[in-house]
Structure formats: structure tokens, C-alpha cells
Design a protein around this ligand. Structure first.
Ligand code: ZN
Length: 330
């Protein structure tokens, strides 16, 4: 008996290519867009590599290694990650890890190291790890996870078996979302998926953050704003508690879509249906210079929002909406 696979349905063939190898490599690099399920794949692969008696290319779930893994206490599973999210992986942490893998394994089997995200390694950290990647002590296996493949040093990439982890195709993502959330209809799933840049997993996170509702409120607010039925200050107060990064993402996209439409007049490239009509109406009427200035302003302030610069949400949104309303001359 093996534990039922926790992998996502789109990872079947990925799993085969990892677990089905006749000989395991010293280092793997799982790379692909964020939200494709790489961490789950890496974790399950680690469990498989540590298991003492895999069954049909899956961890058995019964042996001492599997039990330690399940309790999250396996001494030979190590992780190398930033101490603070979004920060770099410190060279001191790499050196500690290298010292640990030089010791014999506690369970007498493999040691597994998960590095996530690999692009968080500084050049110094990466160099400190290189020798271990090349000539791992004992039977250590490294599993590197990367969302930003192009940021990795070529010396790191060249020492790993590369495994691309793509996002599933849209129909498969929508099927999966509907299975997980039978209360959603196809259109809602499509909207969520588009808002999540095609990742079904991120779409699920957006759902739990009530993003569909927020989107509806914001889209309606923008329509009211252009009709002069709501003022920038009213909307700013109403939206002050919404996730600011999300709002800035949307407004940046809308500015971008309007600029593109102004040039191409391509109606099929107006983004999600909920705002397409509004953008199509406003874009030809918005003065180009003003639209470009607004885009600059949005990009600049989006950076501040992403860097968590302390700003008063209501004042920032009011400034945004005053600019936005001015795009449609009265
Ligand atoms: Zn086992």
C-alpha cells in the first residue's frame, strides 16, 4: 500500500519522468511559472527519495522514513530557503547546510535538500553550494525549485537535471477548479484563471481572498466614476481595505490595454469581458499624453505598494481615481 498521491492531476507525466528514472541524479532543478505546483512535486519527490521501500514508484507511507517524513521530522530532509520571505538565501546558511550534509545520514539512507527558491541564492551563496552540487557527499540529492529560471547562474543550471513544470492548459485548469469548487460556473472559473495569469492554484488563492467580489465592486466603481455617479473620494474610502497590490495590478493592466487599443483598435485584445466595453469607450477619448502620464504614475506607485512603502490607502486611491476620471473628458 502506498499513500495516495497528493500530486495535481497535471503532474502525472512529470512524476513519471522523476520517479521512473533507473538511477537518481545528484541534483534536480524544477522550474516553471509560479503556481504550477512545483513545491508539492518537490516535497513528494523528497518523500519518495527518502522512503526505504517505495511501492510502484510511490513512497510506501509505512516505513520509518515515511513516518518521519509525514511527521515533518525526518532528520535527513533539509531545506535551504531565505530567512525572510522575499529576501536572499544567506551564505552562512549555505555553509551550515554543507557542513550538515558532510555528516553521515541519520537514517542510513539518502539525504535530501530542497532549495527554494533557487533564485534567492546570491552569487556568493550559489558559489558556496556549487561544490556540493557537483560532488555531493554520500547519497545527497538536491531538489532546487525556481520560478525565475533566467535569474539562475549557468553554473547552477549546468549541474542539475532540468525539469520544466509548466502550467496546465486552460481547459484542464478550469476542470480542476470546478472540481474543487462546484459552486463556480465556467465563466467565473475563466475570470479567476485570467486574474491569476493562468495558474489554477493561484486562482484558488484568489477565490479564498474573495477576489471575484472585489473585482466586481471595483469594475462597478470605475463605471460609476466615469458616469460621474461616484466621486474619487467616495470610492477611495470604500476601497481602502482592499488589497492595494491587486488594485494597482488591475489599473496598470487597464492603462496598458487602453494604450494598445488606441494604437491597434483590436477589440479582441481588451482583456477580461467585465471591463472591455468601458476600455473601448474611454481609450479613443483619452488624450494620449494624459494616458501615458497616468501609466507612469501607476507604475511608479505600484512599485511603492509592492515594496510596502507606508502610504495612506484612501489618499493614494483618491489620487489614482482623480487621474483615472480625468481620462474621459466631460
Ligand atoms: Zn516508505
Amino acid at each position: 500500500m502506498h499513500v495516495s498521491s497528493p500530486l495535481y492531476p497535471w503532474q502525472d507525466s512529470l512524476w513519471q519522468s522523476l520517479a521512473g528514472r533507473t538511477q537518481q541524479a545528484h541534483a534536480y532543478l524544477l522550474h516553471g511559472p509560479a503556481g504550477s505546483g512545483k513545491r508539492k512535486l518537490a516535497e513528494y519527490f523528497a518523500a519518495f527519495l527518502l522512503c526505504k521501500a517505495p511501492v510502484k514508484q510511490h513512497p510506501c507511507g509505512q516505513c520509518s522514513a515515511c513516518k518521519l517524513y509525514a511527521a515533518n521530522t525526518h532528520p535527513d530532509l533539509m531545506r535551504l530557503e531565505p530567512e525572510d520571505e522575499g529576501k536572499g538565501i544567506l551564505i552562512a546558511n549555505v555553509r551550515d547546510l554543507v557542513a550538515k550534509i558532510l555528516q553521515t545520514s541519520q537514517q542510513g539512507g539518502r539525504k535530501v535538500v530542497i532549495v527554494e527558491p533557487a533564485e534567492a541564492m546570491t552569487t556568493g551563496s550559489a558559489n558556496a553550494l556549487l561544490k556540493s552540487l557537483e560532488e555531493p557527499a554520500g547519497s545527497t540529492v538536491f531538489i532546487l525549485i525556481s520560478h525565475q529560471f533566467s535569474f539562475l547562474l549557468p553554473t547552477i543550471k549546468s549541474r542539475c537535471v532540468l525539469q520544466v513544470c509548466p502550467l496546465p492548459a486552460a481547459p484542464a485548469s478550469i476542470d480542476w477548479l470546478r472540481q474543487q469548487h462546484p459552486e463556480l460556473n465556467v465563466e467565473q472559473c475563466q475570470t479567476l484563471l485570467a486574474l491569476a495569469s493562468g495558474s489554477a492554484l493561484n486562482a484558488q488563492k484568489l477565490l479564498s481572498a474573495d477576489v471575484l467580489l472585489i473585482r466586481e465592486q471595483v469594475v462597478n466603481g470605475v463605471k460609476q466614476l466615469f458616469k460621474q455617479h461616484s466621486s474619487p473620494s467616495e470610492l477611495a474610502v470604500a476601497w481602502a481595505k482592499m488589497p492595494q497590490d491587486l488594485l494597482f495590478d488591475w489599473f496598470c493592466q487597464w492603462a496598458q490595454l487602453m494604450l494598445r487599443y488606441k494604437v491597434t483598435e483590436d477589440e479582441s485584445a481588451l482583456g477580461l469581458a467585465d471591463m472591455a466595453v468601458v476600455l473601448k469607450h474611454v481609450a479613443p477619448r483619452a488624450p494620449l499624453a494624459l494616458l501615458l502620464q497616468t501609466q507612469d504614475w501607476l507604475l511608479e506607485h505600484r512599485q511603492k505598494v509592492l515594496r510596502r512603502v507606508p502610504l495612506r490607502a484612501d489618499l493614494l486611491l483618491e489620487a489614482l481615481l482623480v487621474r483615472w476620471q480625468a481620462l474621459l473628458p466631460r
